[in-house]
Design a protein around this ligand. Structure first.
Ligand code: GLY
Length: 373
């Protein structure tokens, strides 16, 4: 088991526990952090079917009383209507919840973001723990306290920073995760290589086949490194005030636009981010910031990880450009991009619309060229 600290001020520090079999030790991890013996597990039906019993048994063996609430997940349910249903579910629990009750977010990124938001707001704030069950949630959304839901076409437009008390990651749960979902999570893993650690990107290229196959030990190693890299950023800029934390959004500006333009149906989040990472590299080239060798390394790694890298036909670039103006990093309607200056180093930068347009056009030409080959 590896323990990755997330160092924050005012009692908000916590640890990420990573290792095969950790689900069985969940109850032990809760002793010392729980302020009451009552735990409410919030999860989605399929995760409950696979892991609900194991989680409850582990908690009950450690002396906790447990209740479980299931709710529909998936991006299309990530909205205030589902949040209201969750408040309703908590309100109806017997006996009534008190402020010391510990909530558990058991599931993927959408579950974690929504339960985190419920924990941030119900009774003016409850403690919660993240137990991520997708690779994407393990390496990104379960760490760092960003919570929230989508609103209109804006992804995560409503939310709050609310740190979990701990994160417990058991890579064995990934054995039941669909392969496509696993690959999508690898996009966020590759992102850390691009923004913080070029050696890690090389390692991902080398280990791509094992990762795509879902080999647990290789996955555990990359989850650990990803969590360390994310923890560094969150420690340095917890509330995304200095611009440092914004680097975690590499590839997300076009990625989010693609998800929104395709109504969250065509792409998994990680797939859209993979395409967005290549788009950001080409926009960076046009802006005179990103060396072409960096674009090549990013593309080759993503291809090795069996991720999509090309912009889809049938979606106008102007639609994507208009959607980037709604990105949370946008200032006065002008899109800001995270651009790679070299492998492992990025900068947040205003990019003129004309440059974005040129970068996207270059991205499309790339598809044409690869089709002709
Ligand atoms: N997923 C981006 C962040 O946590 O800041």
């Amino acid at each position: 088991m590896t323990c990755v600290p997330v160092a924050l001020s005012e009692g908000r520090s916590y640890e990420i526990h990573i290792g095969s079999g950790q689900l069985n030790l969940l109850g032990e991890h809760f002793i010392g952090i729980a302020r009451s013996s009552r735990v409410v597990i919030l999860t989605q039906p399929i995760v409950a079917r696979h892991w609900g019993e194991r989680v409850e048994t582990s908690l009950q063996d450690a002396g906790f009383t447990t209740q479980q609430l299931c709710f529909p997940s998936g991006e299309r349910y990530k909205n205030l209507t589902t949040i209201a249903r969750l408040y309703e579910g908590l309100y109806n629990l017997v006996p009534a919840l008190d402020r010391k009750t510990l909530l558990v977010a058991l599931g993927g990124g959408v579950v974690g973001d929504m339960v985190g938001y419920v924990a941030a707001t119900y009774l003016r704030g409850l403690d919660y723990v993240q137990v991520p069950t997708t690779l994407l949630a393990m390496v990104d959304s379960s760490v760092g306290g960003k919570t929230g839901v989508d609103f209109r076409e804006g992804k995560n437009l409503i939310g709050a920073f609310h740190q979990p008390r701990t994160v417990v990651i058991d890579p064995e749960v990934l054995t039941t995760l669909p392969r496509r979902e696993l690959r999508a999570g690898l996009a966020e893993v590759a992102k850390y290589g691009v923004i913080q650690d070029p050696h890690f990107l090389e390692q991902l290229q080398r280990d791509a086949a094992a990762l795509v196959r879902g080999e647990v030990t290789t996955i555990e190693a990359v989850v650990t490194r990803s969590c360390q890299l994310k923890a560094e950023v969150v420690t340095a800029d917890e509330h995304e005030e200095t611009g440092l934390r914004a680097i975690l959004n590499y590839g997300h500006t076009i990625g989010h636009a693609l998800e929104s333009a395709t109504r969250y149906r065509r792409y998994k989040h990680g797939e859209a981010v993979a395409i967005g990472m290549v788009a950001a590299a080409l926009i960076g080239e046009r802006a005179g910031v990103t060396p072409p060798s960096v674009t090549t390394a990013i593309r080759e790694t993503l291809v090795a990880l069996k991720l999509p890298t090309t912009l889809p036909e049938g979606i106008d670039d102007e639609v994507l450009i208009a959607l980037t103006a709604r990105d949370k990093k946008a200032v006065a309607g002008e899109a800001r991009f995270v651009l790679a200056t070299q492998l492992g180093t990025v900068a947040l930068q205003d990019v003129p619309v004309a440059t974005v347009r040129e970068g996207l056009a270059e991205h499309r030409r790339l598809v044409e060229r690869s089709k002709r080959r």
